[in-house]
Design a protein around this ligand. Structure first.
Ligand code: ASP
Ligand code: MG
Length: 402
């Protein structure tokens, strides 16, 4: 098999951890596989480098910031190559430019354009483990770029796609993807498999195990991924297009997002064009709107409420208040003491009853629902933040423990 293994920063944080990682790589190699390894920078290296840059300049040029940040991954791949060689495993470390990993020019958020697999292929054919620096590439001018924080996952999947790898393993400090965050729901179970779409939904709601772009890329090229722990040697969670349990298990996971806020505009005129007036302001300010609820008119007025990222609350409140007369509302009501709870599952397509089960669990737990939204594979409710822990456990129990 051809396997791409990616290890995150915490997995390679110090010498002892690097040796452990080298042991995992050596085992895969000695089992007869071709192995390509992508590493992140050790521990907090990237943060430390950024902090250093800011000691010198409040606003370093993005080009030089990338030039600095790429050094972190260079340290981990060279050290790991040495650790493997010490174990008698031939290994070679390569930077982004050495595998011609070409990107767009946007420093700090570059997109991968192409990759030349020839060098990697040559080294593999000579029996070596090939270690590639994550998170980096070169742009058209030959300058170093980075892919955005957490970008090494994306490097790994891009290489796996281009090399037609059989599996792209993402080693991290959790054992896989769970039915809910185990810190919040102690009874959460590790999933054997999950679909790309489910993973994308869960990731966008705070279950941040994988870089979203890496999952999108894996889906596009059909690269099977596995999320697993660098500390316990157990199978993790496979991420792929279609999962076996899809027909039986209606849902795969429960996620919660606390980083949202709700704005309600009360006493709007009940006439055409009002929603446009409201959301035009938010669009102009580039504020992302998620859930939207409009009440039915009573007399001549109606209300519209919606959620936005918590970090945009002040900005949005000011922008809307400044347009109060133009839009025409009586008052604005804001809160960030709310939370979005979602159940995600590819198996809920064409299967009625999932929403009802979720609402049943919330009713029994005395949790009030403010808004509801659904998509093909997700049902989300907006609830008070103080009820979120109880709600999450109640919903988890309903779907996974009964
Ligand atoms: N070292 C980079 C970061 O900390 C890339 C990565 O970890 O994937 O963002
Ligand atoms: Mg990192």
């Amino acid at each position: 098999m051809l396997i791409v293994q990616k290890f995150g920063g915490s997995s390679v944080a110090d010498t002892a951890k690097l040796r452990r990682v080298a042991g995992i790589i050596a085992d895969a190699k000695n089992a007869g596989n071709d192995v390509i390894v992508v590493l992140s920078a050790q521990g907090d290296t990237t943060d430390d480098l950024i902090a250093k840059a800011h000691e010198i300049s409040p606003e370093p040029t993005r080009r030089d910031l990338d030039m600095l940040m790429v050094t972190g991954e260079q340290i981990s791949i060279s050290l790991c190559a040495m650790a493997l060689q010490e174990m008698g495993v031939p290994a070679i470390s390569l930077l982004g430019w050495q595998v011609r990993l070409r990107t767009s020019s946007d420093y700090g958020s570059a997109r991968i354009r192409s990759l030349d697999t020839e060098r990697i292929r040559q080294e593999l054919d000579q029996g070596k483990v090939v270690l590639v620096a994550g998170f980096q590439g070169v742009n058209r001018r030959g300058d170093m770029t980075t892919l955005g924080r957490g970008g090494s996952d994306t490097t790994a999947v891009a290489i796996a796609a281009k090399m037609h790898a059989d599996l792209c393993q993402i080693y991290t400090d959790v054992e896989g993807v769970y039915t809910a965050d185990p810190r919040l729901v102690p009874t959460a179970k590790k999933l054997k498999e999950i679909t790309y779409d489910e993973m994308l939904e869960l990731a966008s709601m705070g279950a941040q195990v994988l870089h979203n772009r890496s999952v999108e890329l894996a889906k596009r090229y059909g690269v099977p991924m596995e999320v697993l722990s660098s500390y316990v040697r157990k199978p993790g969670t496979i991420v792929k297009e279609v999962t076996k349990g899809m027909e039986e298990t209606k849902i795969s996971g429960i996620a919660r997002d606390d980083k949202i806020a709700r704005i309600a505009l009360v006493g709007l005129k009940d006439e055409p064009g009002i929603a446009y007036k409201v959301f035009r302001v938010l669009a102009r300010e580039k504020i992302n709107v998620d859930l939207i609820l409009q009440s039915i008119g009573r007399g001549n007025t109606k209300d519209i409420s919606f959620t936005i990222p918590k970090s945009e609350l002040e900005h949005a409140g000011k922008a809307l208040s400044a347009e109060q007369d133009a839009i025409g509302f009586e008052h604005i009501n804001v809160t960030d003491k709310i939370c979005k709870l979602s159940v995600v599952g590819a198996g809920m397509i064409n299967r009625p009853g999932v929403a009802s089960l979720m609402f049943e669990a919330l009713a029994a737990a005395q949790v009030n629902i403010h808004m509801i939204s659904t998509s093909e594979i997700k049902i989300s409710v907006l609830i008070d933040q103080e009820a979120a822990d109880v709600a999450m456990r109640a919903v988890h129990k309903k779907f996974f423990e009964e």
